[in-house]
Design a protein around this ligand. Sequence first.
Ligand code: Q46
Ligand code: ZN
Length: 319
Amino acid sequence: MKCRKCGKAAVINMRQHRLALCQECFLAWVPEQVQRAIERFDMFAPNDRVLVAVSGGKDSLSLWDILLRLGYAADGVYINLGISDGEYSDLSQRRAEQFARQYGATLHVIDVAQRYGRSIPEVARRKRGRSTCGTCGLVKRHIMNELACEAGYSALATGHNMDDEAAVLFQNALHWATGYLARQAPVLPASHPRLACKVKPLVRLYEREMAAYALVRGIDYIYAECPYSKGATTLFYKDLLNELEVRSPGAKQQFYLHFLQARNEGRLLPLEEQEVELGECTRCGQPTTAPELCAFCRLWEVETAAQNRHSHAARTEGL
Ligand code: Q46
Ligand code: ZN
C-alpha cells in the first residue's frame, strides 16, 4: 500500500479516513489533527501555558510531544499513586522523567504517599463505598486542578483519545446518564476562579493511531496498563466499539462526532447542563457542592481519623 500524499510505502492505513500514510506523512498528519482540535474547540491560544497530565503511557507522552512540536509552552505533571504491582508507579514515573529530560521540558512530580502520608492503594483498601479508581480519580483531579490554578496555567490537557471518549459516551448513553452526557465535551471551561479549564486535544484520534504515533516517533512509554484497570467496563465497551468498527469503518468516529455536533447545535436540549451552585471548601478552598469540606478533604480527614484510632488501639494493646 502506498502513501496517499507522497507515494512512498505506507506504514498505516486509516480506514475511517480512507487514508494510508508513510512514516513521514503520518508524523506530520497527527499533529495537524491535534492543532485542528485545539482551534475547532477553542482549547487554548498560541501563547497560553498548558499543563499536560502525564501518566507515562503512550497517549499522554505523545500529547506532550505533539504540543511541544507545535510550539506550545507545555509543562507536565506526573502523580505517583504508589501502585507497586509490577512497580507500575515507579516505572511510569521513570518514563515521564526520562521524556522531560530528553525534551528539556519541565515536569512537576507529586508523590501522593509522600505528600499525604498514604498511597492510593492504602487509602482505597479501607473501602468506603468508593472503588480504587474512584479514589484515585478524586485525588488526581484535586492535585492537578490545584497545581494548574496555583501555577497559572491556562489549561489542563489530558491524553483522552477518541476511543476513550466514545467508550464513555456509549456507557453514559446506555444508562441515559444525562448529567454526565451534558458534561462530556473536549473542553470544560473553568466555571470558577479556582477551577482549571480542562481540554482533550487528542479527541480526533483513534487509540490505534496514538499507539502508532508513539511507536513511529520512538517515544519510550510504559506498555503495562495500571493493574486496577483490569476488567474495567470501559475496556469492554471499547472492545464492542472496535468490533463495530471492523464491520463498519468510521462507526466510532461518527458516533462521537455526531454526538458533539448534536450537543453544539442544542439538539440534546433535555441534556442542557444545569447550573450548580459552587461553594468553597473550608479547608483547601477548592470549589465544591458540599456545604463544608470537599470530597478530597473529607477523604483525608476520614483517613487521619482511622489512622489515629489504629495507633490508639495499638497503644492500648501494648499496655
Ligand atoms: S490510574 Fe488510577 Fe486509572 Fe489505575 S487506579 Fe484506576 S484510575 S486505572 S486512569
Ligand atoms: Zn477541600
